[in-house]
Design a protein around this ligand. Structure first.
Ligand code: GAP
Length: 455
């Protein structure tokens, strides 16, 4: 039933131009997706809203755009080269590559990410008979091996055995923030506490490609790292948790589909870690991580780079290593939550009830008939005026009923139809997506009408 829902959402995404499988004409490319016209628009709206909340409306947070490629030592300092791995096993029957922690999770056994290969295998062997391969249903697996998720590249290395000395596509965007923290401090009027926010691509060699854009190998992260005095870390952390929770409610996500999940097994340096989970069709899963990371990141980069990243309070001269709290969420994972939250099946239609803030297209303008030049001309004029302020679409294809259904499926809040009365009375029909009620509105007042109604 829930998988059916997921299938319907995936199918709508393809049919209506939100999300396509990558390289489809070549048979696809596992765990990589492309955004179509409405997906691109939706991703842009999501990023704009995040930036507005995390940078535009915050005096104490600034933005950054660091590169995808960085000095490979950064990934040694961060612990990714030695420790950023998932346990991998193969099904001996169908050769499917599987994440052992996920297989265990599916039968209610939790495997801790800090466990060694031996520890994981001990639990895996103990439960092997209960675990079935999700692809072929058999229970015959190889031993689990830890597989590093960093994606390697040969950038700047012109030898044929570059794999011995690789560069990496960044596995998370926040490392670019940590290594620029001193630059930002020295070139901007920021004082601790302050934050640096960034949106950008990250890459992970994820073992299993499951659940559409929930887990992909190329994805975009929106991360904010907040630098605090050690004594204030937990107070700032609690504030950040509240802010991030409210952010999703303000986006229009249904409260009952959100919950907090506490990490019970913290990595050694972490003070606290919670995830905001969303109720996807496949269950409550991590949408965003909110973590208190202590001084681990700046201490590691100080150690590996030899550059002192501690902070000196300009007033008291107190010197200390700042502690970091972070908020980290993927654009694709947010998009999937937004799509699932908006999906509604009614008797005669499927309608995406995006909040007005998130709707990729806000208004659609139609001439009643496409073969009446006077209607088309008037509708085009209205489209041109409104598109100065709102993301609009012009559509003269098919009958009005079909055009409404199409706009319902992409979640457009209002449709405007120009008919013969419009030529006489200078007014149009405005149809509301959710109630399907129609209103007659003076063309001169459309701008104000939507400024008010789209709030
Ligand atoms: N800097 C912390 C960090 O990267 P994470 O829990 O590994 O922490 C943070 O990732 C967020 O990034 C996740 O909550 C999720 O929204 C997104 N994310 C992580 N891996 C992803 C993947 N393979 N595909 C899509 N989104 C992903």
């Amino acid at each position: 039933m829930q998988n059916k829902l997921m299938e319907k959402i995936i199918s709508l995404c393809k049919r209506r131009g939100f999300i396509y499988p990558s390289s489809e004409i070549y048979g696809g490319f596992s765990a990589i997706y492309d955004y179509g016209p409405y997906g691109t628009e939706l991703a842009n709206v999501i990023k704009r809203e995040w930036w507005k909340a995390m940078v535009q409306k915050r005096q104490d947070i600034v933005g950054l755009d660091s590169s995808i490629f960085m000095n490979p030592k950064i990934w040694e300092a961060s612990g990714h080269v030695s420790g950023f791995s998932d346990p991998l096993a193969e099904c001996k029957n169908c050769n499917a590559r599987l994440r052992v922690d996920h297989l265990l999770e599916d039968i209610g056994v939790m495997a801790d990410e800090k466990m060694s290969e031996e520890e994981i295998n001990e639990i895996f062997i103990k439960h092997k008979d209960k675990i079935k391969c999700p692809k072929c249903g058999k229970s015959d697996f190889t031993e689990a091996k830890k597989f590093n998720l960093l994606v390697k590249a040969n950038l700047g290395n012109f030898t044929n055995d570059w794999t011995k000395d690789p560069t990496y596509l960044r596995g998370e965007t926040c490392q670019g923030i940590y290594v620029n923290y001193k630059n930002v401090l020295d070139s901007n009027r920021v004082k601790i506490p302050f934050g640096i926010a960034q949106i950008g691509k990250a890459f992970r060699n994820e073992i299993t490609a499951r659940q559409f854009v929930f887990r992909t190998r190329e994805f975009e992260q929106m991360e904010m790292q907040y630098f605090t005095h050690p004594d204030n870390e937990m107070e700032e952390y609690e504030k950040l948790r509240k802010i991030r929770w409210q952010y999703y409610l303000d986006l229009g996500i249904k409260k009952e589909n959100l919950k907090w999940a506490k990490h019970e097994n913290l990595v050694f340096y972490a003070k606290a870690a919670y995830d905001i989970e969303y109720k996807y069709p496949f269950g409550f899963k991590e949408l965003e991580g909110v973590h208190a990371r202590g001084d681990y990141d700046l201490s590691q980069h100080t150690k590996f780079s030899g550059k002192d990243l501690s902070y000196t309070n300009p007033v008291t001269n107190e010197k200390y290593m700042p502690h970091i709290i972070e908020s980290s969420v993927g654009v694709g994972r947010t998009m999937l939550a937004v799509l699932c939250d908006a999906y509604n099946e009614e008797k005669e239609r499927v309608v995406m009830k995006f909040s007005y803030k998130l709707a990729p297209i806000k208004l659609a303008v139609f001439p009643l008939l496409k073969n009446k030049p006077e209607l088309v001309k008037k509708a085009k004029e209205i489209y041109e005026n409104l598109s100065e302020k709102f993301m609009c679409e012009f559509d003269d294809n098919g009958n009005i009923g079909k055009r409404y259904r199409r706009q319902d499926e992409i979640g457009t809040p209002y449709c405007i139809t120009v008919d013969f009365d419009s030529l006489e009375k200078n007014d149009v029909t405005v149809r509301d997506r959710d109630t399907m009620k129609q209103d007659r509105v003076d063309i001169k007042k459309l701008d104000k009408y939507f400024q008010k109604n789209l709030k």
